[in-house]
Design a protein around this ligand. Structure first.
Ligand code: MN
Length: 329
């Protein structure tokens, strides 16, 4: 928060790109609204400058709401597996970090990172624009358009608005003044009704079973809710379950975990500034898995063979709280 950062801009990014070589914009694996919107807006801005750009993501699209948005806004995006990467292609990763566990490696030259997460290490590329005090990555793209004095077309503006709404939980989480500026302008220019409808209808009747299991499986210790879901659920459903528990007035920290054959995935929420998600996750998962995020939200994954069991993981979080409160005193 409030950390000094060198001033970087869209013009710097363009200066680092070779117009004669193709550009690949990559969203993090199993992308969310913010990652896709950021990539979409960036690809459009570069195309206006005659770059040849393709937009892609690793993993799959697990969110039905995002799938609907991609088709409603006609966003051209494809799986990494479906695109041909030319030799010498220039890679820009958005809403995540190159080399992180949620960013599939690509055979292209990494040129840039645009992100709003706390970086796991210093970026090693020509261009890095990391604003960890921002609620959404979409806000950075809003500023790029403003910087060059251009208006995003309607579908881009609506995608950016959705990215901001999603990552800030409708302006209630991690909001910075610049997110508010972006929201203010985009709300007037974009189709906020479509954005809200797509975002507010992200669950379906088939997800009710997950909520039933979550309510049954939930373990509460003081203000900490730990929910181990038997079975494999999408990050989106896990996030909504985590938000649901955080909405209980007694609960200030939530961990939701669910696993498949290969790994256990976590969705984490905090409304206690003394226990930021990213820090607590790093402590709790030390030596067993990878994760990160922001102050209020985060996530991670643990390979199956290193998973300490539900109770083991819950205890790791409790120890991380104790360590943290020791340091806060
Ligand atoms: Mn984001």
């Amino acid at each position: 928060m409030g950390r000094e950062r060198p001033t970087v801009s869209f013009r710097d990014l363009v200066a680092h790109l070779d117009p004669s070589r193709p550009v690949v914009v990559q969203a993090h694996d199993f992308p969310d609204h913010d990652a896709v919107a950021t990539g979409f807006a960036l690809a459009e801005l570069l195309k206006r400058r005659q770059f040849s750009v393709s937009l892609c993501y690793g993993g799959g699209i697990q969110s039905e709401s995002l799938r609907d948005a991609i088709s409603a806004l006609e966003i051209e995006i494809s799986s990494i597996k479906a695109i041909e990467v030319n030799r010498g292609a220039q890679l820009i990763v958005v809403d995540g970090f190159a080399g992180n566990s949620n960013m599939t490696g690509m055979d292209a030259v990494l040129v840039g990172v645009i992100d709003h997460h706390v970086p796991p290490w210093d970026p090693d590329c020509a261009f890095a624009d990391i604003r960890s005090d921002y609620g959404s990555c979409s806000t950075i793209l809003y500023e790029y358009y403003r910087e060059v004095g251009e208006t995003p077309r309607d579908s881009v503006a609506t995608a950016l608005l959705m990215g901001i709404m999603m990552d800030t939980a409708f302006m209630t989480r991690g909001v910075s003044p610049m997110d508010l500026d972006a929201f203010d302008t985009l709300f007037r220019n974009a189709d906020w009704r479509t954005a809200a409808r797509l975002l507010k209808n992200s669950l379906s009747l088939s997800d009710l079973a997950a909520f039933r299991q979550a309510i049954e499986a939930c373990l509460v210790a003081r203000d900490f809710a730990f929910v181990a879901l038997p079975g494999d659920y999408s990050p989106e459903v896990m996030a909504l379950i985590a938000d649901f528990f955080l909405g209980l007035r007694e609960i200030h920290f939530v961990v939701v975990v669910s696993g498949d054959r290969d790994e256990h995935r976590l969705s984490v929420r905090s409304e206690d500034n003394e226990r930021p998600c990213d820090l607590i996750i790093h402590r709790a998962m030390e030596g067993i898995g990878a994760g990160g995020g922001h102050m209020h939200m985060g996530g991670g994954s643990i390979p199956r063979d290193l998973y300490p069991g539900d109770e083991g993981l819950r205890k790791r979080f409790i120890s991380a709280f104790e360590l943290q409160s020791g340091e806060n005193q």
